[in-house]
Structure formats: C-alpha cells, structure tokens
Design a protein around this ligand. Structure first.
Ligand SMILES: Cc1ncc(COP(=O)(O)O)c(C=O)c1O
Length: 368
C-alpha cells in the first residue's frame, strides 16, 4: 500500500468545475489584476479571520516583508524570530535590510518566550511569532513583552489558517498577521499567494499602496512599493476553498487525534503537544524519533511518505553563515532538527491509509 504525504487532487476534485467556470468568465472579461474576484476574496478572508482588513499579495514571504516595510523597519534594525521556522520568515527580515535575531524554540516547537527577553537590544524593533505546524505561539506573553519594550508584534500565520488562540484567529494580538497560500498549506492556492490581516486602518492603507508600486491612484506614486498582488485565478480558488477549510481542519484533527491515542505507548517516540488555549489545525504532525534514518527507511520501504520540517536550522544554512551564530545558543532547534519527522496528515486521508501508517509505525517500534 502507498500512503502519500499529501494529496491535493482529492480536495481539488469538488471545486474544480466551479473554479474553471469562474476562470472562463474572468478570461472573457480580461479581469486579471486586482479584479473584483480579488477584492471579494479579501472581504471573505477578513470576515473568516475576524479582522477589519485583509490585504492580499503575491506570497507569504512578501506578506511578512510588506508588514515590516510598512512599519518602517529596515537597515540598522533587529527583528526577533524563532530559529525553528521555514527560512522565509528570516529571508523577509533580511530583505528589508534588518537583521534576524534567532531565538530558540520550546517543546511545542514555538518561540521560547523566556529566551526572547535575552535577545532584546536597543536595535530591536519587532518580534515575529511563528504559528508553526498549525498552532499559535504564546500571544499573551509575546504581546506583553512587546508592550513593555515598545516593539511591534507580527504574527507569521503561514501555517495556521483557521487556528484559534483563546478563540481568536491569528492577528488579534499582533499589529498584523501574514499568511501564505502556497498550494500545500491548509488554505492553498494553485500557485503562490499571500495575505495580511490587520485591524489597523492606517497600516492597511499603507499595505494596499506598497503592494501596488506605492500607488493608490493610477500613475501617482507616493512611496517606494512593490509589484506584489494576488492574481485573479488564485483569488477564485481561495474563495471557493474558504467554504471547505473548517471541515478540512476538522478532518486533520481527527487524523491527529488517532495518531495521538494510538502512538502513546512508545517511550522513544515523542508526540507533539498542543499549546494551551489553542485550536490546533495540524498543518503538520511532527514527531521525534531516535535513529531517524532507520525509521524513515523502514517507512519508505513500507510505502509511507514522510517529511522533515526542517532538516537544517536556518542559522546553519549557508545563506546565514555570515551571522556566525554558535550552535550551542539554539540547543532545542539543533537537537530537534536531527530527530523530527512529519507524518502524513491531510483532508480526505482514508482510514485505510491512516490505519496502515499507524500499524507500520507500531511494527517499527515494537521491533526496537
Ligand atoms: C512559517 C512560514 N513563513 C513564511 C512562509 C512563506 O510563504 P510563501 O511560500 O507563500 O512565500 C512559509 C511557507 O512557505 C512558512 O511556512
């Protein structure tokens, strides 16, 4: 039996016809840039996330960079980010000219709040909390630290569509939340895409301008901006998928709950924990195992596809070697990166696939 890590075809089947017919209409009307479909999606996404404004853009990486730039963060500034995240969080900071300050993660794979304070300097302008794997970081504490130190709190929500913390969507605690609609995300487009949600009207106005060449009115450019707009096809796909996302997240929870209850018996297998007050949306189900290569080979030979998120901590990537960060400063990220494995979890995963995956994991650990 083969178990894929993810299978987007399954969730695309029911929406394909509607999307294609709406796209047909778009082509006939030549509505390609900042069309009504884009504006309609922004309205729906703002409603879905309970935010006053949603501003779409080209990618999640751009969404983070746009927020930083709109807050005038750049050369000479420092931005605190977790070391265990996808590299895009760091790249967005670097692209503005600011310096990312890597901070270790806790056992929930989220930024360790106690370590944040040690990293604040007179150059720090913002903290980016990453809502990794589908659950939100410690918003209450991070917001408190930001308030005490006059810093902006930015929420990287690229992996947390539909998650809640104290029943709030991402963006409630920070000045803004950045989303990615990369195809494999819980809410994914058919190409790249991103969005920013915020309750701050002034910030929203600035973001609308800088994602569109610094222009609010055609050929009038008040500031330096980007070409970073969500295209119409992606807006159509995303609007359609918004009708399904809550159900898909529930299905991910069902899969996660079965993994959690069935795999509890193995001492050597560290299961993920849900951070308090979170509704976890399980973008990824990450376990830790010793001898990862052996485990992965066994599962691979059994036909179960796995992932690693992420195999090399960002500060050890060649791109960031110039920062000369010592390994022992980021112990959890270093240790976890050698042991983490992501199990298949996706909507419409069949119970046969799930049972087979669990059965094979049990087989492996019982032999150990
Ligand atoms: C945590 C995190 N931040 C930022 C990004 C960047 O998003 P994108 O790929 O849309 O640029 C991603 C995903 O790729 C991500 O997982």
């Amino acid at each position: 039996m083969k178990v894929p890590f993810n299978d987007l075809n399954r969730i695309h089947k029911p929406i394909k016809k509607t999307v294609m017919s709406k796209l047909d209409h778009t082509i006939d009307k030549s509505e390609f840039i900042l069309s009504n479909s884009v504006l309609d999606f922004e309205k729906s996404f703002a409603k879905y996330t309970n935010s006053k404004y949603a501003i779409s853009c080209s990618s999640g990486t751009d969404a983070i960079e746009l927020i930083l730039r709109a807050l005038n963060i750049g050369h000479g500034d420092e931005v605190i980010i977790p070391s265990n995240t996808f590299i895009a969080t760091a790249l967005a900071v670097t692209r503005t000219g600011a310096k990312p300050i890597f901070t270790d993660n806790n056992n929930f794979y989220l930024i360790d709040v106690e370590k944040i304070v040690e990293n604040i300097s007179n150059k720090t302008k913002a903290i980016i909390g990453v809502h990794l794997y589908g659950q939100q970081a410690d918003n209450v504490e991070i917001k408190k630290i930001c308030k005490e130190n006059g810093l902006f709190y930015i929420e990287d929500s690229a992996q947390a569509h539909g998650s809640t913390f104290k029943e709030n969507s991402p963006g409630k605690y920070g000045v803004a939340a950045a989303y990615s609609f990369y195809p494999g995300k819980n809410l994914g487009a058919w190409g790249d895409g991103g969005a920013i949600t915020t309750n701050n009207g002034k910030l929203a106005e600035k973001l609308i301008s800088i994602r569109n060449w610094g222009s609010k009115k055609k050929y009038i450019h008040d500031e330096i901006g980007f070409n970073s707009r969500l295209n119409t096809l992606q807006a159509i796909v995303l609007s359609e998928k918004l009708n399904y996302i809550d159900d898909w997240n529930k299905q991910r929870n069902k899969v996660a709950n079965l993994y959690l209850s069935e795999l509890i018996e193995f001492e050597n297998l560290v299961l993920p924990e849900t951070f308090y007050l979170n509704y976890h949306t399980w973008h990824l189900f990450v376990i830790r195992v010793p001898n990862r290569n052996n485990f992965m080979s066994f599962m691979n030979e059994s036909g179960v596809e796995l992932g690693i998120h992420y195999p090399i901590p960002i500060h050890n990537q060649k791109a960031y070697k110039y920062l000369k960060i010592k390994s022992n400063e980021l112990k959890n990220s270093e240790n976890f990166s050698k042991k983490i494995v992501s199990l298949p979890i996706f909507p419409l995963m069949t119970s046969k696939e799930l049972d087979y995956t669990i059965h094979k994991i049990k087989d492996y650990f019982m032999k150990k």
